[in-house]
Ligand binder design. Structure first.
Ligand SMILES: Nc1ncnc2c1ncn2[C@@H]1O[C@H](COP(=O)(O)OP(=O)(O)OP(=O)(O)O)[C@@H](O)[C@H]1O
Ligand SMILES: [Mg+2]
Length: 317
């Protein structure tokens, strides 16, 4: 079996961990030589570990009851622009499962281990996930949207996709949605109910919270006591909801590290053809406020609309 076929059997999470040496299947690997200790390697190792039967009782029987309408989600329902999604190579809702959908199904399963409490994330944080990367253009928004679409397809899960890239919001335009007020507005005004700003979509189980108006002090707003309150308002009566935050790049914008300290887990998007190990390690140390960080390898052979973005198989050759 050659290197390529051996690697292809692993998920994107496992391949990313292998590629950057951040994880081992069952226990932290002893460093192969680098003098510096790796930042938080155990967290990555846990993610790459297959599901271990959990002897503890489920904390709250989540994801068991049938989905119900979400009457509180304010505003009218909007339609996702299927043509836009198709053109950019995203998962198409209600379409037959393609390669991208298949890859994100596996990522979703790993993520759900954390959400359902099987990996030790504190109960009040399990529902929140940050999608981050070190630099711009590595695929955070691409992965956040695909994960959201994939999670929304789960029978007992609803997903709220939050645009937290405040300087360069892209979720609404990528999905073909319209909206203005969003997370920043709810953070800035304690009388604003964040739920009233949530946009419902025609994809069952998927709603979106825009970034909101542009302000200069977004990092300070995020660091205020209002942020945990807003997160709690978005999750506390909705045990089936997973909140995915599309982050700005960790090395280019400070809100990323503040968000990392508030969420239960983080997916760190890496591109084999672009992300350097130095950037990745610096970003991970900046984001170390998050206890569970997993690497997600992007651009490894997804063929969106017949195009290929990057190629893991040519990496290092
Ligand atoms: N695996 C992929 N397959 C197809 N297209 C991809 C893939 N990954 C990223 N892209 C495309 O590459 C471009 C950059 O990706 P994206 O916007 O998701 O990066 P980002 O990390 O969110 O960047 P920024 O930090 O600037 O917001 C987008 O046009 C996106 O649709
Ligand atoms: Mg983005």
């Amino acid at each position: 079996m050659n290197k390529h076929s051996a690697l292809r059997t692993e998920s994107l999470l496992e391949r990313a961990a292998d590629l950057y040496g951040f994880a081992v299947p069952t226990a932290p690997r002893s460093p192969d030589g680098p003098a510096q200790p790796r930042p938080e390697p155990e967290t990555h190792a846990r993610t790459a570990t297959p599901a271990v039967p959990d002897a503890r009782p489920e904390p709250a029987a989540r994801y068991v009851s049938p989905p119900e309408p979400r009457p509180g989600a304010g505003g009218r329902e909007q339609k996702l622009d299927r043509a836009l999604l198709r053109e950019a190579g995203f998962i198409e809702p209600d379409a037959p499962v393609g390669p991208v959908a298949e890859e994100f199904r596996i990522v979703k399963r790993q993520l759900m281990l954390g959400v359902t409490g099987k990996t030790g994330i504190a109960a009040d944080r399990r529902q929140t996930v940050l999608i981050c990367s070190s630099q711009s253009g590595e695929g955070k928004t691409f992965c956040a949207i695909n994960l959201a679409l994939s999670l929304a397809g789960e029978r007992d899960t609803e997903v709220l996709l939050v645009d937290a890239d405040f300087n360069k919001p892209a979720i609404l335009s990528t999905l073909g949605l319209e909206g203005e007020a969003g997370l920043v507005d709810a953070l800035a005004d304690p009388f604003v109910d964040p739920e009233s700003l949530v946009i419902r979509t025609d994809v069952r189980g998927l709603s979106v919270l825009p970034a909101g108006r542009s302000v200069t002090n977004v990092t300070e707003l995020l660091a205020s006591g209002r942020t945990p309150e807003v997160l709690s308002l978005l999750t506390r009566d909705r045990p089936r909801r997973i909140v995915l935050f599309d982050s700005p790049p960790a090395l280019l914008a400070s809100p990323a590290s503040v968000l990392a300290s508030l969420v239960g887990q983080m997916l760190m998007v890496v591109r084999a053809d672009r992300t350097t190990e130095a950037d990745l390690r610096e970003a991970v140390s900046l984001l170390s406020g998050c206890e569970k960080i997993s690497l997600l390898l992007n651009g490894t052979g997804f063929a969106g609309n017949g195009r290929r973005f990057g190629s893991y198989y040519g990496y290092g050759q």
